[in-house]
Design a protein around this ligand. Structure first.
Ligand SMILES: Cc1cc2nc3c(=O)[nH]c(=O)nc-3n(C[C@H](O)[C@H](O)[C@H](O)COP(=O)(O)OP(=O)(O)OC[C@H]3O[C@@H](n4cnc5c(N)ncnc54)[C@H](O)[C@@H]3O)c2cc1C
Length: 450
């Protein structure tokens, strides 16, 4: 179809990338963001967490010519480094192929890189401090409030995209319309960011621990992870229950309590965290939500990224999936005669995949916080990697399919389940053969003895 005018609500990761894509396809783009221009506040503005970007995100960035800009400061993480309570750390590669890695990048640098690329396109107008307040689906009209002045205005376009994150105002407006299915599930766990500073000493200096790994402290019901930053520091994220006894944010409230708890539960980390008590007391507890909804579109208005499918962060795929949405929407627009046809194709390509990664992300929380610390998990990974080396075309482990390929998530999920069945069958056949061999041996021995 002929490019027209598009209004994108939310200049986060997905909205900014979509603006770049559509501008280059000839669309006139208005990108509207609730927050103040992060370029006025420097790099540190916004959420400070780093993100793991993998094959899907890299492919989408490459398509916009942004791979080098974004990936130049990325740190490769080729496996998990497991920190038990006692004993030494253990490294588990993510793939049988040692060249494969996920990449730690700064969220604010990524967002800024995408925003700069969007703003550099001559047919993109970016407006900040404008909050989407309501959407009229009948005529595709959106009203905004300027948070500095309180002034309101309305805008419309041929296509309106709600890329306004997990708590989307556009989606909230859709929820008021008929036959809109919606489910929101908050996790019982929250998260809090902590910090390991760079270190001048030690074998990994300026890093205090192995640089090229995602560090995990699995503790059964809870865990901490740490991702490396280019300045030698690590951003740690603590995942604890909101409520209850033991490791919960309700139970351990003060910096002093946290310090005492860490000395017992995370003894090797506490030695690397000189500001633990202050960080714990200062940093907020975040909530994690899974959102599933359908349909994603009403008339000329559609949802994209977390607005359409917020997922918990344990597969490191929320942003990667949101970037895939951008590609799917642009492809659908380019291959359709009308907006209606394009939005139908876009949803057809994405809804089942979004639901699949939502399921896999929830499942991966149990894997990270509990299973990674078990010997059986290590063996399962070893078997998967050995089978992958033997049959690279037919047996690809689920982690590789999700993080190192662009196979649709729903297909990856189905193939992962088939892999598990094959391994279970192989083990039970192997066990049966051993039992049969032992039985035959006993029979022969007993027959031989008069
Ligand atoms: C702790 C944590 C760790 C994560 N780790 C990873 C990871 O390792 N890898 C990964 O791929 N993903 C990760 N994610 C998920 C990732 O952050 C999101 O999937 C991604 O940011 C989604 O991009 P988005 O553009 O849809 O939403 P956002 O990036 O949230 O952007 C939405 C934008 O819309 C704006 N907005 C909101 N409301 C309005 C309004 N009413 N009007 C106008 N503008 C509005 C917001 O200010 C924001 O700029 C993680 C998430 C969390 C919470």
């Amino acid at each position: 179809m002929q490019p027209g005018r598009v209004l994108i609500i939310g200049a986060g990761l997905a909205g900014s990338l979509l603006a770049v894509y559509l501008a280059r396809e000839g669309w006139t783009v208005e990108l509207v963001e609730r927050r103040t221009d992060p370029r006025l506040q420097g790099l540190a503005a916004g959420r400070s967490i780093n993100l793991a970007i993998s094959a899907r995100g890299i492919k989408a960035l490459k398509r916009a010519g942004l791979e080098d800009t974004v990936m130049k400061d990325a740190i490769r993480m080729s496996g998990r480094m497991i920190h038990p309570i006692a004993g030494s750390t253990g490294y588990q590669p993510y793939s049988a192929d040692p060249t494969r890695a996920i990449n730690s990048v700064s969220r604010s640098a990524l967002n800024l890189g995408l925003l700069n690329a969007a703003a550099a396109e001559p047919n993109v107008t970016v407006r900040f401090d404008q909050r989407c307040a309501s959407v009229d689906f009948a005529n595709g009209e959106v009203s905004f409030i300027d948070d500095r002045t309180g002034a309101t205005r309305t805008a419309t376009a041929d296509l309106v995209v709600g890329a306004d994150g997990a708590y989307s105002a556009v989606r909230a407006a859709m929820q008021k319309s008929e036959r809109f299915n919606y489910a929101q599930d908050f996790l019982s766990h929250g998260y809090k960011e902590l910090h390991i500073p760079a270190s001048a000493n030690g074998p990994h200096a300026p890093f205090a621990m192995e640089k090229n790994a995602l560090h995990i402290w699995p503790r059964g019901e809870s865990m901490m992870i740490a991702l490396p930053n280019p300045d030698g520091s690590f951003t740690c994220t603590l995942f604890w229950r909101h409520d209850g006894a033991g490791s919960s944010f309700a139970n351990i409230k003060t910096g002093a309590d946290a310090l005492a708890h860490f000395k017992v539960a995370y003894p090797d980390a506490v030695a690397l965290m000189p500001t633990l008590a202050e960080d714990f007391a200062r940093n907020p507890v975040g909530a994690m939500v899974t959102v599933r909804c359908a349909p994603w579109s009403r008339g000329r208005v559609t949802l994209l990224g977390d607005a359409a499918h917020a997922v918990v962060p344990f597969y490191g795929q929320g942003a990667n999936a949101s970037f895939e949405d951008c590609e799917a929407l642009v492809d659908a627009l380019a291959s359709s005669a009308t907006i209606g046809e394009a939005l139908c194709k876009y949803e057809g390509a994405r809804v089942a995949n979004a639901n699949a990664i939502a399921d896999m992300a929830l499942r991966n929380f149990i894997e990270m916080r509990d299973l990674t610390g078990r010997r059986s998990f290590k063996w399962k990974k070893k078997i998967e990697h050995a089978l992958n080396r033997l049959m690279p075309a037919t047996f690809v482990p689920l982690y590789d399919l999700v993080s190192f390929s662009t196979v649709p998530y729903a297909e990856a999920k189905a193939r992962g389940a088939a892999n598990d069945r094959a391994i279970r069958t192989g083990i039970s056949v192997g066990v049966s053969l051993v039992v049969a061999a032992v039985a035959v041996a006993i029979l022969l021995v007993t027959k031989a003895i008069p």
